[in-house]
Design a protein around this ligand. Structure first.
Ligand SMILES: [Zn+2]
Length: 266
């Protein structure tokens, strides 16, 4: 079950996680002696038979038999894959995932993160080369240092700038399609020739980075007028909108002693 992650690492992740905090963030827990209890989130009940033990770092339901560690809870409650649950908890605890854990999912196959990183640099270079886009950034009150910290870029006013640069071969094209950077033309009705075009055009580009700093998607704001005003990457193998918090990586990098953090939606 544990795949290629050493058992010692899994034990450390569990040991360094606070199961009361993990479960308490999702299920209202009541203190009961040295343990905590709640109505079980995994079966329907009126009186609590779901117990969480901070000492033993596991949960147990006397009603339905649900039982496990914080890893098991995330898998059962959040429907996470084992590796995602371990990764999530390891990141919270500030633990680096061992190389073996990156196993078959990241190794082999195309380097999608690498491609996204190259695309981000392509946009950055375009911003540096485009006076109109740079002027827009300045007009919005973003200085050069902030723009660099957030790796802002510019998607050229073109239907195929990215397509030509990153997808001349069919295999590359398939990858950037999978990454949501190009769109396949709708040929129903037969009016248009088959083909692809760039999703982001004439937009100020904000790379969306995961908590490890890897580019996984983009948000694009139209320069001047156009619809839609904001356009984001679709869900892709790398980008899952509901799991990311834009700016988290950058905030960590700043290593500032924040007295207050404001988190906004929208
Ligand atoms: Zn239960």
């Amino acid at each position: 079950m544990t795949g290629r992650i050493p058992q010692a690492f899994i034990d450390e992740v569990v040991g360094r996680s606070d199961i009361v905090e993990i479960i308490g963030a999702r299920v209202p827990l009541k203190k009961a002696g040295r343990e905590f209890k709640a109505c079980c989130p995994f079966h329907n009940e009126k009186s609590p038979s779901f117990w969480v033990s901070p000492d033993k770092q596991f949960y147990h339901c006397f009603g339905c038999g649900a039982h496990g560690t914080s890893i098991g809870f995330l898998m059962q409650y959040e429907k996470m894959e084992f590796l995602d649950a371990v990764t999530d908890l390891a990141q919270r605890a500030g633990l680096e995932l061992p190389r073996e854990a990156l196993g078959p999912r990241d190794a082999g196959g195309p380097d999608l993160h690498g491609i996204m990183g190259k695309i981000a640099r392509f946009f950055e270079q375009n911003l540096a080369d485009n006076a109109r886009a740079r002027k827009y950034v300045g007009a919005r009150g973003i200085d050069a240092k902030t723009a660099a910290n957030f790796a802002l870029g510019y998607a050229p006013d073109s239907w195929d700038a990215l397509l030509n640069r990153f997808g001349p071969q069919e295999e590359d094209r398939r990858q950037i399609l999978q990454l949501g950077m190009i769109i396949e033309r709708d040929t129903r009705g037969g009016e248009r020739a088959a083909g692809f075009y760039d999703r982001f055009r004439d937009r100020l580009m904000f790379p969306i980075r995961d908590s490890r700093g890897r580019v996984i998607g983009f948000g694009g704001r139209i320069i001047d007028q156009g619809d839609p005003k904001y356009l984001n990457s679709p869900e892709t193998p790398l980008f899952h909108k509901g799991r990311e918090l834009y700016g988290l990586y950058e905030a960590r990098q700043a290593r500032a002693d924040f007295k207050r953090l404001m988190i906004v939606e929208g």
